[in-house]
Design a binder for this molecule. Structure first.
Ligand code: SDX
Length: 384
């Protein structure tokens, strides 16, 4: 293996052969099972889209109704998991709470039958059904309240908002959240999906696979960016301050949260759709200057960084949408995780269908033939 074959971050290196989604970073194209994301955002729903990702085709009416009914039935979580979550510090980040509770599911469903389609479907239903309940439960418990039970008469996104806010959501907000879940569900070989496939390849249980992916998504360079975008907009504070703030940030070589992408060198098609959803929400629920600051920041970043192919990514406008829905900022990434579970499960299933455990190699950059130095001859090499 020569050093020239090594690519930091595996940039441009295929890590799997997959038929789940496709991205053209130059043309700004994203397809799930060959269907353009724009069509799915306009015409589909999160549960129907999840079925498409995981089983590879759009379900019949009967299949969709059965899938939705199974997910409704499994939305509740074990009281022991709720009791465990009550011991979590309310100051802890909700992504850490989600990772711990997702892994805990494996304690209750420990039987593994990875070659059994019935087991696969059960695990898919349980994870899609229970992740939103766990996110909402932690939110209520960290406020000192008891979590509320899911409502079977509400559809997926509406039920999540109900469990989160203890009141029925506005229909527009519920529909817009459903579209956001579609947009965030899958995106080829991103870091958290790669984690999911590596973990799946060892034939561990699907709950460990999702817990591994949740931990990866939490980072600010990946799923954590949407939370950072709101913090950034708050720091900018006004449209007039956008340009001076950006000049200062670029001078410090800071990464502008919500911008840039390893694959997209044009505006992320999901950002375009999310921008439209944000406009709908601001029209209905009242305008505030966050949107104006974001729009001005997009204009000035394009002026300064378009030559590097740096444009808004999915995280830039999603935070504005979630904030307008009253979702707390540190829950933005858990909402991303609720959606991406569908993609992780699709990759888990696909990995099992043609599995080979991941074990890449390395370019060794260390020393050889070093002697064992006696204690009295050693000196510290830590530079404080
Ligand atoms: C997601 O992979 C996926 O598909 C992810 C995702 C998904 O759906 O799963 O799309 C979701 O994670 C979106 C990305 C969210 N992250 C952020 O918004 C954080 C800010 N973005 C950057 O950290 C960055 O753009 C990355 C991490 C997203 C991509 O970085 P790359 O491909 O490793 O690019 P790089 O760091 O090598 O930068 C290349 C150049 C550098 O300039 P030079 O040193 O060549 O002069 O572009 C610059 C970088 O400084 N650059 C940025 C920038 N991103 C890249 N400069 C300012 N602000 C930025 N955001």
């Amino acid at each position: 293996m020569t050093a020239c074959e090594y690519k930091p971050g595996l940039e441009g290196i295929p890590a799997a052969q997959s038929s789940i989604s496709f991205v053209d970073g130059q043309k700004g194209i994203l397809e799930y099972r060959g269907i353009p994301i724009e069509d799915l955002a306009e015409k589909s729903g999160f549960i129907e889209m999840s079925f498409l990702l995981i089983w590879g085709y759009l379900p019949t009416k009967e299949e969709l109704e059965e899938f939705e009914a199974e997910i409704r039935y499994h939305r509740r979580i074990k009281y022991r998991i709720r009791d465990m979550m009550k011991c979590f510090p309310e100051t802890g980040h909700p992504m850490d709470a989600l990772q711990a509770s997702a892994a805990a599911l494996g304690l209750f469903y420990s039987k593994r039958a990875l070659e059994d389609p019935v087991y696969i479907r059960k695990a898919v239903v349980r994870l899609l059904a229970k992740i939103p309940t766990m996110v909402a439960a932690f939110q209520l418990m960290r406020k000192g309240n008891d979590p509320v039970q899911p409502r079977d008469d509400l559809r997926y996104a509406a039920n999540f908002l109900y469990m989160l806010n203890e009141r029925e959501p506005d229909p527009l907000a519920a529909r817009i959240l459903d579209v956001c879940l579609i947009l965030h569900a899958e995106h080829t070989m991103n870091a958290s999906t790669f984690s999911a496939r590596v973990t799946a390849s060892t034939l561990t249980d699907p709950y460990a696979v999702v817990a591994s992916a949740v931990g990866t998504l939490a980072g600010p360079l990946h799923g954590g960016a949407n939370e950072e975008v709101i913090t950034m907009l708050e720091e900018i504070g006004s449209v007039e301050n956008v340009r001076p703030w950006l000049d200062n940030a670029l001078e410090k070589k800071s990464k502008i949260m919500g911008f840039g992408h390893r694959v997209y060198k044009v505006k992320d098609p999901r950002a375009t759709i999310l921008q439209g959803l944000a406009e709908q929400l601001f029209q209905k629920f009242g305008h505030d200057d966050y949107y104006d600051i974001a729009a001005e920041l997009e204009r000035v970043v394009e002026e300064k960084l378009a030559h590097k192919g740096i444009y808004p990514n999915v995280d830039f406008y999603s935070g504005l949408v979630y904030r307008k829905m009253g979702i707390p900022t540190d829950l933005f990434t858990p909402v991303f995780a609720i959606a991406r579970v569908a993609g992780w499960l699709a990759h888990w299933k696909e990995q099992l269908e043609a599995n080979r455990i991941y074990r890449p190699t390395q370019v060794y950059a260390g020393l050889h033939e070093q002697g064992y130095v006696p204690m009295d001859q050693r000196k510290s090499e830590i530079v404080s």
